[in-house]
Design a protein around this ligand. Structure first.
Ligand SMILES: O=C(O)[C@H]1NCC[C@@H]1O
Length: 343
């Protein structure tokens, strides 16, 4: 083996860092990606979708990724004070908010020197411009190492409660719809005779995907300030324990094209807290723990202040969690012949 020669990798490459937050992967592109055109982050996101979608497919689909893979493209931001602009990508397309990726990006930004560690303070602020708006993360450091991250997202609100939908195969049911940077429908898994922690993931996915399809078809969503946010990202099945308790409450998020979030879902926890607050089930600064039905990983969250979004009452929610590195500085050659399994 001593005479092994390296193959000629002299073409263009992407450099990526892989992390996970609560078990949910996030692939961050360090360098090698095209710089998207546009005068705003949302325009750059559209450019990536329309002109360079090969990048998302190359990074996330098989054989480099899998049907539940997730990633972030770092882009310039026009937002004053932003350290990073982030375009979130999943296996079906582009999302507007991603809490698990924000938690990973906070740590990444500090560790890779994009944001200097705050001298003396326990937390380094990292401002991330997401497609839904500016998100403020705080990265804790202890013994010189970055650790848990908490973030304050864009104003979160409840759009509607007890919305009646007809779901083929499951009949008429009611869902709540709330926004935490993306819109989710919420319904208790019990309604389908399922348990978010012990039922087969396949069964939970089937139910959640059917709910998402029906809500998309039967309910018109509106965002008070930005039409680009006005779509249903997924359905979150819960254990129904929405009243305040020190015990964790479990949920599982099925988003985009039946993708299963391994984490408790940062934007989903944000929306779920907005919903609980709207229903008077929790107060400001009451911390709740949210457990992922998929992996048992936990985020904590609380509503920290009242605000508005357009004409709607909203809250700023703080979500905390921890991200870990899975691969550092991986090189991905830009040659590809994608062969996708047909499910
Ligand atoms: O944590 C979150 O908010 C994200 N995780 C995957 C689906 C959501 O974008």
């Amino acid at each position: 083996m001593s005479a092994v020669k390296l193959p000629p990798h002299d073409g263009p490459v992407l450099s990526v860092v892989d992390m996970h937050t609560g078990g949910e992967p996030v692939r961050i592109v360090l360098s090698g990606a095209p710089v998207p055109e546009g005068g705003s982050l949302l325009e750059r996101r559209r450019w990536l979708r329309d002109k360079a979608d090969w990048l998302r497919r190359l990074l996330l689909l098989e054989p480099r990724g899998h049907r539940d893979m997730y990633g972030v493209l770092l882009v310039p931001s026009e937002e004053p004070g932003a350290h990073l602009g982030a375009v979130f990508i999943h296996t079906e397309g582009y999302s507007t908010m991603c809490g698990h990726a924000v938690i990973a990006l906070g740590r990444f930004a500090v560790d890779y020197g994009i944001v200097p560690r705050a001298p003396g303070g326990p937390d380094t602020p990292v401002r991330i411009h997401c497609p839904c708006g500016p998100v403020q993360a705080y990265v804790s450091t202890s013994g010189g190492r970055s650790g848990a991250v908490r973030f304050h997202s864009v104003p979160a609100f409840t759009l509607a409660t007890d919305v009646s939908v007809e779901v083929p195969g499951y009949g008429k049911l009611v869902v709540d719809i709330a926004y935490g940077g993306a819109f989710y429908a919420f319904v208790s898994a019990e309604r389908f005779g399922l348990d978010v922690c012990t039922s087969k993931t396949r069964d939970l996915v089937d139910v959640a995907a059917a709910v998402t399809a029906s809500v998309k078809e039967q309910v018109k969503l509106a965002h008070p300030e930005n039409d680009e946010m006005a779509f249903l990202y997924g359905t979150i099945l819960t254990d129904g324990n929405d009243g305040y308790s020190e015990q964790p409450t479990a949920n599982i998020c099925v988003f985009a094209d039946s993708q299963v979030d391994r984490s408790p879902t940062g934007s989903g926890v944000t929306a779920r807290i907005a919903l609980q607050y709207h229903k008077g089930l929790i107060q400001l600064d009451q911390t709740r723990s949210f457990r992922s039905g998929a992996t048992d990983s936990v985020f904590t969250g609380k509503a920290v202040k009242e605000t508005t979004c357009g004409n709607l009452k909203a809250v700023i929610v703080e979500v905390s969690g921890q991200a870990f590195y899975t691969e550092l500085n991986k090189t991905v050659p830009l040659e590809s012949n994608l062969l996708l399994i047909k499910f």
